[in-house]
Design a protein around this ligand. Structure first.
Ligand code: HEM
Length: 326
């Protein structure tokens, strides 16, 4: 009898302590998760996001919950960060605690072999390859061509009278052309136009609601992505036939070989080209837009930048030689 009583007491106290521990853990977890709403089961707040201007959705959340809030979008529980300190925490000081993942719908549009969807050797090798194709020595050779793209953009703005020029859109066009230049070198005009047209459809559908029904922005983007794959396949085929190696990103991707002698297949090359175009376009365009804004707002800063440019230009043989940066 004593033995049974002792056993029951031990069991009850064990269960009680376990329950208390669980409760404490739950409370702690609750404290650590930022404020916000997870919306409906499975769909979360996806419909709310897509039924209004995304800027309004996020602005309303920010006002209500602050710079760090939770939500549930496109099948993913998320924590949204809207402050430089929080971004630094994720990307710099505590980067080791995070693993980059993307919603499936986005992965499908870029291409599953793009390096940012991977970890391990494949990721390391491709990251090194992309970095080396964008090293200062490689970029230095492109400066005259980049300057030509910039001058042509300036001339096109100067010729539009009475029209409003949307800076970010123009910067997107500019960064796309520079991206194409660093990926392919001098690309045939026919291919450039085809890539531009289809990439623009892809870009428009990238953040749309992922319903793959005919006529939707998402479906149009998926079809444009397929065409982009076909165009890239033609460009790759032509390069291989002409045995043009090239020191651009495509050249690096075509020449890639692991220590075991493994090369990249056409899908891996195409997904990484679209991936780099995607990673480079909006990011660079927004930085350029902010630079223009600050130069416009601060005349002293603008004068200092102009003076520095003049000095570099004059040191390049009085402007007879194209601009180069050391
Ligand atoms: C001001 C412009 C840019 C900004 C603010 C920016 C920002 C970022 C950020 C925040 C990441 C994620 C880093 C991480 O997950 O640890 C990233 C990754 C990446 N960016 Fe950029 N980026 C810029 C320009 C570019 C350009 C011009 C390229 C052209 C190749 C590029 C290619 C990439 C690639 C390939 C990755 C994936 C790296 C990996 O998975 O290891 N980015 N970028």
């Amino acid at each position: 009898m004593i033995f049974i009583l002792f056993f029951l007491c031990t069991l009850l106290s064990y269960l009680y302590l376990k329950k208390q521990k669980k409760g404490k853990q739950k409370q702690r977890a609750k404290l650590l998760i930022p404020p916000g709403s997870m919306g409906w089961p499975y769909i979360g707040e996806t419909l709310q996001l897509y039924s209004q201007d995304p800027n309004d959705f996020f602005a309303e959340k920010q006002t209500r919950y602050g710079n760090i809030f939770k939500t549930h979008i496109l099948g993913c529980p998320c924590v949204m960060l809207a402050s430089p300190e929080a971004a630094r925490f994720v990307l710099v000081t505590h980067a080791h605690l995070f693993k980059p993942t993307y919603p499936k719908s986005k992965e499908k549009m870029i291409g599953p072999f793009a390096l940012f969807f991977h970890q391990g050797n494949y990721h390391t090798n491709l990251r090194k390859l992309v970095q080396s194709s964008l090293a200062p020595e490689a970029i230095r050779k492109l400066v005259p061509d980049i300057e030509a793209i910039a001058i042509s953009a300036l001339e096109s703005w100067a010729s539009t009278v009475g029209e409003v020029i949307h800076t970010f859109h123009e910067m997107k066009k500019f960064s796309f052309e520079v991206g194409i230049l660093s990926i392919f070198g001098h690309l045939d005009g026919k291919y450039l136009e085809q890539l531009k047209e289809n990439y623009c459809i892809l870009d428009k559908g990238y953040n749309s609601f992922p319903t793959n029904l005919p006529g939707t922005a998402y479906n149009k983007a998926i079809l444009a992505r397929k065409r982009l794959g076909e165009i890239l396949s033609e460009i790759i085929c032509e390069r291989r036939e002409k045995k043009l190696l090239g020191k651009d990103l495509l050249g690096h991707l075509l020449n890639f070989k692991t220590e075991e002698g493994q090369t990249l297949n056409e899908d891996q090359i195409a997904d990484n080209i679209i991936g780099v175009l995607f990673a480079a376009q909006d990011t660079t365009a927004s930085v350029l837009t902010w630079i223009l804004k600050y130069l416009h707002d601060d005349q002293k800063l603008l004068e200092a930048v102009k003076a520095e440019q003049k000095m570099i230009y004059e040191s390049n043989d009085g402007g007879k030689r194209p601009l180069t940066v050391d």
